[in-house]
Design a protein around this ligand. Structure first.
Ligand code: 3PG
Ligand code: MG
Length: 397
């Protein structure tokens, strides 16, 4: 962590701290339905407030085109106040008079949330005069929003060039965990990559084969690899036009000494539906009208054995249609096995991505992994080996 400045490197007392957070939480009729992201940032907010800093929260919600009451951060500020058990003031705009007035009314230790930064189109454009307007409100900028760090927006990146910049605590924890996973991991490293489509994860797979020792491919995307290798997969989900890409990834893995583990058996149903009648087949016996919805028991054993050999695990994407019972078995078994190894002190396990977090919660093991990232797109881009603008700007040069 030495190449990032953190809250250990600044005295926030009496300072106006522009704290960029990601509180892009799911909402239903103005009510926050999952407060995970609020709970994650809470310790950073209270730490700065308790040290006498003025906490000025900057955040986006949704993807509004201009000002839109439906995407106001006001209800989020209310939910955050509940999580913090402290008052959170609110200003109707993130720049201009409303913001300036609210900031000048703050006392040391106060918390203020400014309105959705994306109500201004200049936010996503990283517009210099918008950045300058925002910068007037603060003395320092603390980036706590790893999950928005793949965006080079005014509040996620631009401010880092204008004000002294620091990583917040969850940003720090995230960077630390990610470094342990791929930058400087203990080998052997295993990656489990699942999900429906190869097309969304080509860059990720290509980066991983050069970094990890074993790559488990599951979920719908495994079908594309099986099909490319001549396996008859019936009417399973498959991106036939990506056969060449799949073979190229397999070749690249061979050249890099990365072992690819594909399913060796499959749970097959004739429709994509919960509790659809299903049967397990070897790969040479998939019925023509069958759909692969999960990995089979022999595949699960093979994945578990591979986890046993590994010191580090990086996981993104379920290995079966986990949202439909009983096609969650492969994902649940692998997750529970990884959790056991982690609890036994034998495995560093890191997972991320929206579906993945849902799958691990479903398996009841989210609390047993070494680290779970709440980031979706940013976690993927990091796994693809791409520099994240909101992280790069924090590096001390
Ligand atoms: C997220 O929820 O993934 C982040 O807040 C980024 O949101 P965005 O994809 O709209 O930029
Ligand atoms: Mg997103």
């Amino acid at each position: 962590m030495s190449n990032f400045r953190t809250l250990d490197d600044v005295d926030v007392s009496g300072k106006r701290v522009l704290l960029r957070v990601d509180v892009n939480v799911p909402m239903d009729n103005g009510v926050v339905t999952d407060a995970t992201r609020l709970e994650r940032i809470a310790p950073t907010v209270t730490e700065i407030a308790d040290k006498g800093g003025k906490v000025i929260l900057l955040a986006h919600l949704g993807r509004p085109k201009g000002r839109d009451a439906k995407e106001s951060l006001k209800p989020v500020a209310v939910a955050l106040a509940k999580v913090l058990k402290r008052d959170v003031a609110f200003a109707d705009d993130c720049i201009g008079e409303a913001a300036a007035k609210a900031v000048s009314a703050m006392k040391d230790g106060d918390i203020l949330c400014l309105e959705n930064t994306r109500f201004h189109k200049e936010e996503e454009k990283n517009d210099p005069s918008f950045v300058a307007e925002l910068a007037k409100l603060g003395d320092i900028w603390v980036n706590e929003a790893f999950s928005a760090a793949h965006r080079a927006h005014a509040t996620t990146e631009g401010l880092g060039h204008k004000l002294p910049a620091y990583a917040g605590r969850t940003m720090q924890a995230e960077l630390d965990a990610l470094r342990k996973a791929l930058e400087a991991p203990t080998h052997p490293v295993i990656a489990i990559i699942g999900g429906a489509k190869v097309s969304t994860k080509i860059d990720l797979l290509e980066n991983l084969v050069s970094k990890v020792d074993v790559l488990v491919i599951g979920g719908g995307m495994a079908n594309t690899f099986l099909h490319a290798q001549g396996v008859d997969i019936g009417k399973s989900l498959c991106e036939k036009d990506l056969a060449e890409t799949a073979l190229r990834i397999v070749d690249k893995a061979k050249a890099a000494n990365c072992e690819i583990i594909l399913p060796i058996d499959a749970v097959v149903a004739s429709e994509f539906k919960a509790n659809a009648p299903s049967q397990t087949f070897a790969l040479d016996a998939i019925p023509a009208d069958g759909m692969i919805l999960d990995v089979g028991p022999r595949s699960i054993e093979r994945i578990s054995a591979a986890i046993d050999q590994a010191a580090t695990l990086v996981w993104n994407g379920p290995v079966g249609a986990f949202e439909l019972a009983p096609f969650d078995r492969g994902t649940v078994a692998a997750a529970q096995h990884a959790a056991e190894r982690t609890k036994a002190g034998r495995l560093v396990s890191i997972a991320g991505g929206g579906d993945t977090v849902a799958a691990l919660n479903h398996a009841g093991v989210a609390g047993d992994f070494t680290y779970i990232s709440t980031a979706g797109g940013a976690f993927l881009e990091w796994m693809e080996g791409k520099p994240l603008p909101g992280v790069e700007v924090l590096r001390t040069r």
